[in-house]
Design a protein around this ligand. Structure first.
Ligand SMILES: Nc1ncnc2c1ncn2[C@@H]1O[C@H](COP(=O)(O)OP(=O)(O)OP(=O)(O)O)[C@@H](O)[C@H]1O
Ligand code: SF4
Ligand SMILES: [Mg+2]
Length: 382
């Protein structure tokens, strides 16, 4: 389909001459910096809405609508937003589980070559599958109950890695189980014998089998009991340090992100509304949506809690988003312009981008480094 159907303004448009201090999305061409592993440029994924006997296309769900960001090698980038904001669709496009409608996904391969994954065929993607892996939200659904741990973790070694020798595979599986904190004696057992936290360790071992460099973790602890969430997060961070992994960490709230991400991208109805280094985002949020998401973070200090503005109303449908700023029907700071003009993503401070007409005048409350109470046992903090 044609991109002209997008109602939004391209995030890569050049800055207007009248506003030289406000640069529009200078994250473009980030991949030119050799420390950048991936640059997603103007990514769009529209799902057609079909109706009737002949399945006529009557509209599109703009699940991801002109999204641009980059990830440096070895960092953890958080991708945050309420349910339905397009996080998983973005992640699935990056790993080519979805074909993007348009845009570029520029990836620096192990060999140092920059490739546009968005354009790749299945055959071209195959060698890259080893470098890019995904850890899903639900470890119960993502493991075949009829396969033993040996087969589950060994499958990518055999199918993608071509490791046909059984003993060699067994040795590598044993190594991987040890890496994720599982005993190699478990190798012949089936997933039902394990708890949720242990299953997520199996999923992680499987994702690590081919020595990936980049891992998309889509809400990897949301389905787990709170008591084991920290263990899995601690494991992910230990593995990152040991194996120099780069993470895109998807979450629907900011609690976990605050502790483990270097930078954060906030999405709302298929678009990026704010992106900043984690510290800046939590001390000085600039978008009312980000500030509202922060109100859901369980902060121990009641004085800080009292200053937060809770998020009200529901996320609009990406098939029929509101006019102007998509957040205007829920925004306590909306003015007339907000219902007619879509704000551009602009850089207010180095590395801090915001799409809000009032970003530079609003004094929004963040939670800073206030102690949160939701993930007992988390060892690492950024
Ligand atoms: N295959 C599909 N066909 C049509 N619409 C889809 C499809 N997959 C996702 N969508 C729609 O795209 C939008 C974004 O969905 P997505 O799963 O990416 O959101 P999300 O941010 O990951 O939400 P959650 O937090 O619930 O996982 C939603 O409106 C969803 O209904
Ligand atoms: S542009 Fe207007 S409606 Fe949108 S977040 Fe900013 S103040 Fe609120
Ligand atoms: Mg999702």
């Amino acid at each position: 389909m044609k991109d002209e159907q997008v109602t939004g303004v391209s995030a890569l448009q050049l800055p207007p001459a009248s506003a030289p201090t406000r640069i529009v999305a200078p994250i473009a061409n980030a991949i030119d910096d050799p420390s950048v592993l991936m640059e997603v440029r103007s990514l769009k994924k529209y799902f057609p809405i079909k109706e009737g006997f002949v399945k006529k296309v009557v509209g599109y769900v703009r699940a991801v609508d002109d999204v641009s960001f980059f990830i440096r090698e070895g960092e953890t980038l958080g991708l945050v937003g309420e349910s339905g904001c397009g996080k998983t669709t973005t992640a699935r496009c990056i790993l080519r589980a979805h074909n993007p409608t348009s845009g570029k996904i520029l990836f620096r391969t192990k060999a140092g070559e920059v490739v546009d994954v968005a354009q790749f065929s299945d055959g071209e993607m195959r060698p890259l599958r080893a470098e890019m892996q995904m850890v899903f939200q639900d470890p119960y659904a993502s493991l075949n109950p009829r396969m033993t741990l040996l087969d589950l973790v060994g499958e990518p070694l055999l199918v993608v890695g071509g490791m046909k020798n059984h003993q060699e595979r067994q040795a590598r599986v044993a190594e991987l189980l040890q890496l994720v904190g599982l005993r190699q004696e478990y190798m012949q057992r089936y997933p039902h014998a394990f708890s949720g936290g242990q299953r997520q360790r199996i999923v992680i071992a499987r994702a690590l089998a081919l020595n990936p460099r980049f891992i998309v973790a889509d809400e990897p602890v949301s389905a787990l009991d709170v008591s084991v969430q920290a263990q899995v997060l601690n494991l992910l961070l230990k593995l990152q340090n040991e194996l120099n992994l780069t993470y895109l960490f998807v979450a629907h709230d900011l609690s976990v992100v605050k502790h483990i991400c270097d930078r954060v991208v906030v999405m709302y109805v298929g678009k990026i509304v704010e992106t900043a280094p984690t510290h800046n985002l939590f001390f000085t949020p600039k978008h009312p949506y980000t500030a509202a998401l922060m109100s859901a973070v369980p902060v121990a200090n009641p004085r800080i809690r009292a200053r937060m503005t809770p998020l009200e109303g529901d996320v609009p449908s990406p098939a029929n988003p509101p006019s102007g700023c998509y957040f205007h029907p829920r925004c306590p700071y909306a003015v007339d312009k907000c219902s007619t003009d879509l704000p551009l993503l602009e850089e207010l401070e180095p590395g801090h981008f915001v799409a809000c007409h009032r970003a530079s005048e609003l004094q929004l409350v963040g939670i800073g480094d206030a102690k949160t109470i939701e993930i007992p046992g988390l060892e690492v903090d950024r």
